[in-house]
Design a binder for this molecule. Structure first.
Ligand code: FMN
Length: 511
């Protein structure tokens, strides 16, 4: 076992819930201290802000076709409007409550949104080449540095295609935003939320025929340096290129000036969590050769499909409209759900993710599914195999519902759903093949599947929510050595949520 794997395993066990998780005390940490709450939006003092286009009515092919992977890539040229769509429908503000509660296009545990997005813009009509930071609350791009920064990103990702892509987005995580509530387990939330946000971004891009590729392998310190972040209180999670590589690659790295604009303070006294710092650093790669070697070693785990059959019951609503309607379902009705809500939605959710660390036709996850009330499917414990659920243990509906509720930390939604999906990863296999960075990939992929599953459920007029869970109890209940990465409850909602609003006009809701 390699040293870092010890760190990762220790982190995993110490942040387990219900059984086994024993975390050391962190000096100065008061959970959810209102006087030390992190700012939900990062800003750079004095940075000029370029407003983004706000007229972005939902458009594009049906969500069902998009989520099924059935929209052929057309490689549109990227302009300010398409960039605005990608950003708004993945990280934009869609609803507000009171004076200081913002809901966003993608779900986030505790509504804490620990993510930031940066854009290295080169060939985007209407925008000068440069490095920008997305400011969702004003729906604009803060201009951080002029010039073409693709070569630096290409070097950091050891991927020449990055230097030739019209647009690269970099997603970062600010662990204190979520650790403020979830302590060390907050590191997992950073990667889950990156996954749910990327589920939206990938879907919107697919809906517009825009090829997108996610890179989870990169020299962490080099990407941090480019963005002007310290790699500890804010660290890079993913580099995403949009559009097909063109013939005109950036040649030399642009000399980076020192960061010109100081970031706004996060909170009066941000707290560092040693386990979070440890698990993040255990997965770091330090040279381009490390990245290339890591990428060469990935793959070979169970298969995921790239394209699935679209459901017959879905209408023509575009994915962007589904994203606006989505909101985590707070109450579900114990009713029989149509078969497609299980069969199609799970297939769409577990489609291959276009990421360097997840080669085509593979996945790091297995899906253990507790089925409560789905037409044509007996209640019981299932495993999703090659796109369809295989019954492992039949059980009466009330018993499965009670088990699911218990596994979801006794939250009623876990048992009220039509089914609850537990995305799991065999950590022995993942760490053995991917090294410690594999833990990030498994958490991230579980987030993408969770985000897609909820979008698929809303496409069919149903509901869903991510749920926290009892780690070891899930492995025991499903008799698997795989560890749960994330739980999602899917089922008929007990109410209809009102759609979120467009950029600059979020819908006001009461909570
Ligand atoms: C990874 C993850 C875990 C979540 N866990 C829970 C949970 O345990 N219980 C719950 O009621 N909601 C949970 N949620 C839903 C969030 O509370 C919800 O996304 C957030 O309040 C924002 O609201 P919205 O999804 O309607 O935009 C979770 C969401 C995510 C993405």
């Amino acid at each position: 076992m390699r040293t870092g794997e010890v760190t990762t395993r220790l982190y995993h066990h110490q942040t387990n819930q219900c059984r086994g998780g024993r975390r050391p005390d962190v000096p100065g940490f008061v959970p959810m201290d209102p006087s030390n709450q992190p700012q939900p939006f990062k800003r750079h003092l004095g940075a000029p802000v370029h407003p983004l286009p706000r007229d972005l009515p939902p458009t594009g092919p049906p969500a069902a076709a998009t989520l099924s992977g059935r929209v052929p890539p057309s490689d549109p040229s990227i302009d300010g409007e398409l960039l605005a769509r990608l950003l708004f429908y993945s990280a934009g503000v869609t609803r507000t409550a009171g004076d200081n509660l913002w809901f966003r296009a993608a779900p986030s545990a505790g509504n804490l949104h620990p993510l930031e997005i940066y854009a290295a813009v080169t060939e985007v009509a209407g925008l000068d080449a440069g490095l920008y930071h997305f400011a969702p609350e004003v729906f604009g791009l803060e201009a951080l540095a002029a010039g073409d920064h693709r070569r630096a990103l290409a070097d950091a990702t050891a991927d020449p295609d990055v230097a030739a892509s019209p647009l690269a987005l970099v997603v970062t995580g600010i662990p204190w935003r979520t650790a403020w509530k979830y302590a060390e387990r907050g590191w997992r939330h950073v990667y889950w939320d990156a996954g749910t946000m990327l589920a939206n971004l990938l879907s919107v891009a697919e809906g517009h025929g825009l090829p997108v590729r996610v890179r989870l392998g990169f020299v962490d310190a080099a990407v941090s340096r480019l963005l002007g972040v310290d790699g500890v209180t804010e660290f890079p999670l993913a580099v995403i290129t949009c559009g097909r590589p063109t013939a005109t690659a950036a040649a030399e790295p642009v000399e980076l000036p020192p960061p010109q604009f100081a970031p706004t303070p996060l909170s009066p006294a941000p707290v560092d969590f040693p386990l979070v710092i440890g698990v993040q650093q255990a997965g770091e790669l330090t040279t381009g050769d490390d990245v290339t070697g890591w990428r060469a070693a990935v793959g070979g785990l169970p298969r995921a499909t790239d394209t699935v059959g679209a459901p017959v019951a879905a209408g023509s609503e575009p994915i962007e409209s589904v994203i606006l309607r989505r909101g985590s379902t707070r109450r579900m009705r114990r009713q029989l759900a149509p078969a497609e809500l299980l069969h199609w939605a799970m297939s769409a959710a577990t489609r291959a993710v276009p990421a360097d660390a997840i080669p085509p036709g593979s996945t790091l996850l297995s899906h253990e599914v507790a089925v409560h009330a789905v037409h044509g499917t007996d209640p019981g414990l299932y495993q999703q195999v090659n796109g369809s659920p295989q019954l492992r243990r039949p059980a009466p509906e009330p018993k499965v519902r009670a088990l699911s509720q218990r596994l979801c930390l006794d939250q009623p939604l876990g048992g009220d759903s039509a089914y609850t999906d537990f995305a799991c990863a065999d950590l022995d296999q993942v760490l053995d093949r991917y090294g410690e960075r594999g833990y990030r990939v498994a958490q991230f992929e579980a987030g993408v599947a969770a985000g897609r599953l909820q979008l698929a459920a809303f496409t069919l007029g149903h509901g869903g929510t991510g749920l926290t869970f009892c780690d070891q109890d899930i492995s025991d209940a499903f008799d698997t050595r795989a560890a749960c990465m994330l739980a999602v409850a899917i089922g008929p909602p007990a109410y209809r949520s009102k759609p979120g609003g467009p950029p600059g006009r979020p819908r006001r809701i009461t909570r």
